[in-house]
Structure formats: C-alpha cells, structure tokens
Ligand binder design. Structure first.
Ligand SMILES: NC(=O)c1ccc[n+]([C@@H]2O[C@H](COP(=O)([O-])OP(=O)(O)OC[C@H]3O[C@@H](n4cnc5c(N)ncnc54)[C@H](OP(=O)(O)O)[C@@H]3O)[C@@H](O)[C@H]2O)c1
Length: 320
C-alpha cells in the first residue's frame, strides 16, 4: 500500500512516498481503509526532531475511513463501519491500524473528510473550553491563531458558551475567517496585550489559549487579570523558554498550564463524551468545520510546508 515515511528527522523533504505492507490488526484493533488523514502540528514536531520518535517513522494519528478488518476481542465495531480517531498510528497511509477503544462511529450526515478534520483539533478545542477552563457566559478569553485548525473551532465553542472572545491572526484573509467564526475582536499580534485591555474596559482576561508559544507567551501573560489562566497548548512559533515562577506572582497570582490531549481522554466515557459533543455539533450544524486545504497523500511534504509556512487556514487533510 502507499504510505509516507521519514527515515530521519529533518525538514518537510524527509517525508517520502513509499510502498509498505498493509498492516494487520491485533487484539482489540481495527484495520481502517483511510478516506482522509488529518495533518497536525504535532507531526511537524515529530518530523523535525523537536519530539523524539523512532525512525523509520510513518506520521499521523488522525484519520477517518471504513473498517476492513476487526481484530480479536473487538466489540462495538464491524467491517464496513465508518470510524474516526485522533489516536491512530501511521495514518499517512492507505490503511491504518486503530485501537478500537480510541475509535468513534462517524454519525450520518458527517462525511469522512469532515470527521477527519474535526477529530484531533475538535477534541482539543473541547477539552480546552470544558476542562482546562470551564468557559461560560461572561468569561473573557483570547485565542491565538484564530483562523487555524484549533483556532476556528475554539472560537466557535467559546462563543456557543457565551464568552467574549478576542483573537489574533497573521493576515487580513485570516481576520475575515476569525470574524465569521464569531470572534468579538480580531487583533494583530503586535501589541495584542495592550489592545485587549483597551477593548476590555482596562481589565485583563480570565484565560488565554496559546498554541503559538515562543512569540506570544509573554504577551499572553501580560493580557491576564489577577488569577487568570494561561493555557499553553502548543508552540507553532517555537518552544517557550523556562519561566521563573515569580513572573506568575508579578502578574497577579497567575496560573500556567501546559495541557495535552491524552490527559483529557482518560476513560472510555470521557472520550465518548467529547466525540459525542464534537461530532454531534458538526452533525447538527452548530459547529462549522473549515477544510482549508487537501493534499494528495504522496504530497504530504507540501502539506507540512504549508502548515509551517502559515499559509493554511482551518484544517489540512491528506486524501487521494
Ligand atoms: N496540546 C494539545 O492537546 C494540542 C492538540 C492539537 C494542537 N495543538 C497545538 O495547537 C497549535 C495549533 O495547531 P493547529 O494544528 O490547529 O495549527 P494551526 O493553528 O492551523 O496552524 C498554526 C498557526 O499558528 C500561527 N503561527 C504563528 N506564528 C507561527 C510560526 N512562527 N510558524 C507557524 N505558525 C505560526 C499561524 O497562524 P497566524 O498566521 O494567524 O498567526 C499558523 O497558521 C499548535 O501549536 C499545535 O501543536 C495542541
């Protein structure tokens, strides 16, 4: 089968189209014929050596498609079912193995590319607004990279809960997308902390959701009210340096967290709840999923170039 593999860490060019054996599902696993694979920033960190992975490495954890084989002991799934997961393995391929416990049924009315587009970023946006900070009517918050994959979903989920949502974007076209997603104010990165306070009656915010990292974290801390929360959930612009805890005291007993999705999918019930809410909101039209670009599987390197180059909006998929 066709797949995309890196034999060493490096730039996007290390991602090469190769022929590999079709995997077989073990106990508790499904084999899925992949209809669409999600491209996520974490695959950039794994490809370029920021995160350690063994090589050769077939990237990808997010996919949707049809079950073609079921391993021993699997309950709840049959050959032919349409499934989605954010936690598969080696998903940059025509077929991928998925632990059944990490899969969800794709509801009628949601197509495979849309399901693949909302799994990892949708679960992330969901845990951020429900469990990292309980966003509700009156919450004031800032989302960085508001026209990105997580950003567009996060804005919509926060607005649906009644929050006032500020967001930053890197271009005029992205500004329009973030506005259409419901952001109350869309800002440039330059001077965003001061601007947020001006627009918020001189007050800092309850929470900042920051997936940009190196270039934004200091402004994010400066944008918070006393006892506000900075959720640093990614580092698209590069890693955040070590932070002196006294910086949190100086900002007003601030709280800093560095969440990651796996810790918010701890039980089958928790995972099922998040998929139900996210896929349900897509199915009933209350959560809009923007697929900004779809690349052929063999051109995964170009997908990475686009994502790292800040030229993408919404979700990036591999299909076909
Ligand atoms: N912790 C978790 O559980 C979890 C799960 C999913 C994703 N994440 C993180 O969430 C963040 C967003 O992920 P995503 O997949 O939705 O990506 P994305 O937001 O679609 O793409 C990244 C965006 O970051 C902004 N950015 C600012 N400076 C950048 C730079 N120097 N290089 C590249 N991008 C830059 C760009 O938007 P502008 O041009 O508008 O600035 C870019 O489009 C990533 O940091 C990712 O690692 C974390």
């Amino acid at each position: 089968m066709q797949a995309v593999q890196a034999t060493r860490a490096g730039g996007p060019e290390v991602l090469e189209a190769v022929e590999l054996d079709r995997p077989t599902p073990g106990e508790g696993e499904l084999l899925v014929e992949v209809a669409a694979t999600g491209v996520n920033f974490v695959e950039v960190y794994r490809r370029n050596g920021t995160y350690d992975v063994p090589f050769p490495h077939v990237p990808g954890t997010e996919l949707a498609g049809r079950v073609t084989a079921v391993g021993a002991g699997v309950t709840g799934f049959r050959v032919g079912d349409r499934v989605v997961t954010a936690e598969g393995r080696e998903a940059y391929a025509r077929f991928a193995v998925v632990p059944a416990e990490a899969a969800a049924h794709v509801p009628d009315g949601v197509d495979d590319p849309t399901a693949a587009a909302v799994a990892l970023q949708g679960l992330t946006a969901h845990y951020l607004v429900t469990s990292v900070h309980r966003v509700e009517a009156g919450t004031t918050l800032l989302v960085h990279a508001g026209a990105g994959g997580v950003g567009l979903l996060l804005i919509q989920l926060a607005k649906a809960r009644g929050a006032t949502v500020f967001t930053t974007v890197g271009s005029p076209a992205k500004r329009e997308l973030a506005q259409a997603a419901g952001a109350d104010a869309v800002l440039d990165y330059d001077g965003f902390a001061d601007r947020v306070r001006e627009l918020n009656g001189g007050l800092g915010l309850d929470v900042v959701f920051d997936g940009v990292g190196a270039t934004t974290w200091e402004g994010s801390l400066a944008a918070l009210r006393p006892r506000g929360l900075l959720a640093l959930f990614g580092a698209a612009s590069g890693p955040v340096p070590p932070i002196d805890p006294r910086r949190l005291m100086a900002g007003g007993s601030l709280v800093l967290t560095r969440p990651t999705m796996g810790d918010f999918l701890q039980t089958p019930d928790e995972r099922a709840w998040r998929y139900r809410e996210v896929l349900g909101a897509v199915a009933d039209g209350t959560l809009e999923v923007r697929i900004g670009a779809t690349f052929p599987l063999a051109e995964a390197a170009d997908a990475h170039r686009a994502l790292e180059g800040r030229s993408t909006t919404g979700k990036v998929l591999l299909a076909g």
